[in-house]
Design a protein around this ligand. Structure first.
Ligand code: SF4
Length: 277
């Protein structure tokens, strides 16, 4: 976990899963992979296994112990709905989010069909919570736009789009039921360029549909140089956040212990032990 995230649109990250595999062009320069692979083989480092997917059950109850409300990016170093993360484990992550409801969670995936199917079924209990925002990544028309359709079919209370890295003009698309859109260009070595008219088109569609718009960055090889102003101003809009009271510390600790105990019973199952070892 990192309480002071460098990601512009969140304040903390929580990674009960680490590692992932690439699924579409937006993954080409995955920052999580670059970071994780730097530490492959470094004994005792959290990323000793590089970017190989693994569950991190010791991280599961972390948000219950954070005493101030945070905007939490869930699995910034993975994809919660990756096909190798068992349903039982995803449910555990959601149970923690529902219980530690004084935070606001941003759950972002490229596996939008699984997100939709699970929110319709096993994760129904979490789908309609105002403090859990469900999002999909959108980088282009071919892979990104169908994810928006999947998200719109999910019974989520708050839906958001992370349109980054934006790789082409998306044209006109349907924003119904969407509560937030983030747009950004790719940064770092080999960054693919983003044109102003592509961003303006999305901003204007958000204005018409009254969707809060957040412009993260232009990106580029030296992203600081290009900044994050669009046509002379910054865009830092967010959906409304619901603030819930924080229970006393002792109560939170008791919750965490109780949850760990119930998780332990599930975690003893063979398939989960293999993937956490
Ligand atoms: S889905 Fe996300 S975390 Fe996974 S490889 Fe692609 S960009 Fe990286």
């Amino acid at each position: 976990m990192s309480l002071n995230s460098h990601i512009e649109w969140t304040d903390a990250t929580w990674n009960p899963v680490r590692g992932c595999t690439k699924i579409s062009p937006g993954c080409k320069h995955c920052y999580a992979e670059t970071f994780a692979e730097r530490f492959r083989g470094v004994k005792g480092h959290p990323y000793e296994q590089g970017f190989d997917l693994r569950l991190v059950p010791e991280k599961l109850t972390e948000p219950l112990l954070w005493r101030s409300p945070k905007l939490v990016f869930v699995n910034s170093m993975s994809d919660l709905f990756h096909e190798d993360v068992p349903d039982e484990y995803i449910e555990m992550v959601c149970r923690v989010m529902v219980t530690a409801n004084w935070h606001t969670y941003q759950v972002l995936t490229k596996r939008s069909a699984r997100l939709r199917d699970m929110l319709r079924g096993r994760l129904r209990f979490a789908a309609g919570r105002e403090h859990i925002w469900w999002g999909v990544s959108v980088e282009d028309k071919k892979y990104g736009l169908p994810r928006i359709g999947d998200l719109q079919e999910a019974p989520a209370r708050v839906r958001f789009l992370s349109i980054e890295p934006l790789l082409e003009d998306l044209g006109a698309f349907n924003l119904s039921g969407i509560s937030w859109a983030i747009v950004g260009g790719e940064s770092g070595a080999g960054a693919r360029p983003m044109r102003e008219e592509w961003v303006v088109s999305i901003r204007d569609q958000c204005r018409i549909s009254r969707v809060p718009f957040f412009f993260k960055q232009w990106g580029g090889v030296r992203k600081k140089k290009h900044g994050r102003r669009l046509q002379g101003r910054t865009y830092d809009e967010y959906p409304e956040r619901i603030m819930s009271p924080i229970p006393e510390r002792a109560k939170c600790l008791a919750y965490a212990e109780k949850m760990l105990e119930s998780f332990r019973q599930v975690l003893d199952g063979d398939s989960l032990v293999q993937i956490t070892a």
